[in-house]
Design a protein around this ligand. Structure first.
Ligand SMILES: C[S@@+](CC[C@H](N)C(=O)[O-])C[C@H]1O[C@@H](n2cnc3c(N)ncnc32)[C@H](O)[C@@H]1O
Length: 413
């Protein structure tokens, strides 16, 4: 695995940092020329780790250059990926630089080699706790305070654990023991990061599926099946599986065919069933009102920055406003589809109040036919208002949580 993987890693970084694309979305086109899975995996790992450590890598590069390299300079990209391999991924310096230098042939090769050698020979290390990008740090500090920013930085340093949701929560202890994990809620098992999912006991028989603990809360709030539920924005289906396993008659709707294909595979593997509909929720409507609705709205995804470090760079006020508007449209339409007395759960994996707290406050102002149902129980992150706000500060010793906002609403009867 050589220069081609490194070239693809730079393409991925360029897609995220210059074009604002999600890392996962850029993967297929940036790695198309690579021969196999391991090469693609390497390109992805280098790009993701670079994004986790970008401010620290740039500070090192700046400390070793007389004139600051522009942010989009080829030399800076080459140095970032060469250095991250040595300082974070354990690649020997010779292998890291020899596979990166061909990428700057006919250009700043000498500069890249010189700066790389100065830094790696100095014995300097990356700080134990990564720095956050300035704009993200400022936004999160304003919204959640210094402690949250510190926790977020710690969260980036350690790869997140693997959370599983069990199809049968009465077997929680049994599965925790079988898999060697710990359970933090009934129906949940947490394993160390890096566990090979498909090799774990129970994968083939569909006894569980991968789902962050915070992400598992919205469907849990709807409880045992009491009729027909619309799972809006359903793919790849973690919440669909939970609802089906709880006995609901589920209609799962999403606009992405490729993500719905994964949802159908997941249903098959876990032996659950749901009606699957490919549709844009700005246009689709059900034939009749339903008993419950789960809106797992599309969002900036800033709450899942541990697994998707590109959000640290892509999520800006304009993106947040655009997603908040889409959420508003979907939520407002969905609100007309619920029977009086029915329950609607709204969730976003976002750390931006515009996509959570503010969205629901504005909705309740507009819809006197809806009331907030204060959430009670064992869930982490219950606020004074009775909504849930999970933050990376929570369950710090147990491996932390993704950032989620969840509200439960009832249509007045
Ligand atoms: C947060 S993800 C859903 C995760 C899913 N609920 C789960 O638990 O696995 C948001 C989803 O919204 C879908 N989406 C975005 N805009 C949409 C729209 N206008 N209509 C329907 N689905 C949409 C995306 O394709 C994406 O799958």
């Amino acid at each position: 695995m050589g220069t081609a993987s490194r070239r693809a890693a730079i393409r991925l970084l360029d897609a995220v940092l210059r074009r604002g694309e999600p890392l996962e979305a850029a993967l297929a086109s940036a790695t198309r020329a690579l021969p196999g899975g391991p090469d693609r995996g390497l390109a992805h790992a280098i790009a993701a780790e670079t994004l986790r450590r970008l401010p620290d890598l740039d500070a090192l590069i700046d400390s070793a250059t007389k004139q600051r390299l522009p942010d989009d300079a080829k030399a800076r990209f080459a140095l970032r990926i060469a250095l991250v391999q040595v300082l974070a991924l354990g690649t020997p310096p010779h292998a890291a630089i020899s596979t990166v230098l061909p990428l700057v042939d006919g250009g700043p090769r000498k500069l890249v080699h010189g700066v790389f050698s100065t830094i790696t020979k100095s014995g300097v290390l990356l700080p134990e706790i990564p720095a956050l990008p300035d704009a993200t740090e400022a936004r999160w500090e304003e919204n959640w305070g210094e402690e949250m920013v510190e926790a977020a930085a710690h969260a980036i340093a350690a790869p997140p654990p693997l959370d599983l949701t069990l199809a049968d929560s009465s077997a929680t202890q049994e599965w925790a023991e079988k898999l060697g994990g710990v359970s933090l809620l009934p129906g949940h098992v947490r394993l160390p990061s890096g566990s090979a999912v498909m090799e774990l006991q129970g994968f083939d028989e569909g006894a569980w599926w991968v789902q962050d603990l915070a992400a598992s809360i919205p469907a849990r709030l709807l409880g045992e099946g009491r009729g027909h539920v619309l799972d809006l924005c359903a793919a790849p289906g973690g919440k669909t599986l939970q609802l089906a396993a709880a006995g609901w008659t589920v209609t799962a709707i999403d606009q992405s065919e490729s993500r719905l294909a994964r949802l159908s595979e997941n249903l098959e593997r876990t032996n659950q069933s749901a009606e699957v509909v490919t549709a844009d929720l700005r246009e689709w409507a059900p034939k009749e009102p339903v008993d419950a609705i789960l809106v797992d709205a599309p969002c900036s995804a800033s709450g899942i920055f541990r697994r998707h470090p590109d959000v640290l760079y892509r999520v800006r006020p304009a993106i947040i406003a655009e997603m908040a508007e889409l959420q508003r449209v979907i939520l407002t339409r969905a609100a007309d589809w619920l029977k009086p007395g029915g329950t609607l759960v709204y969730a976003t994996c976002s750390l931006e109040p515009e996509e959570g707290e503010n969205q629901i406050a504005a909705f309740l102002d507009q819809r006197p036919d809806y009331a907030l149902v204060p959430i009670t129980g064992v869930w982490p992150g219950i606020t004074d208002k009775g909504t849930i706000r999970t933050l990376p500060t929570m369950l710090a010793k147990e491996g932390r949580l993704d950032g989620f906002f969840i509200a439960m609403l009832q249509r007045k009867g």
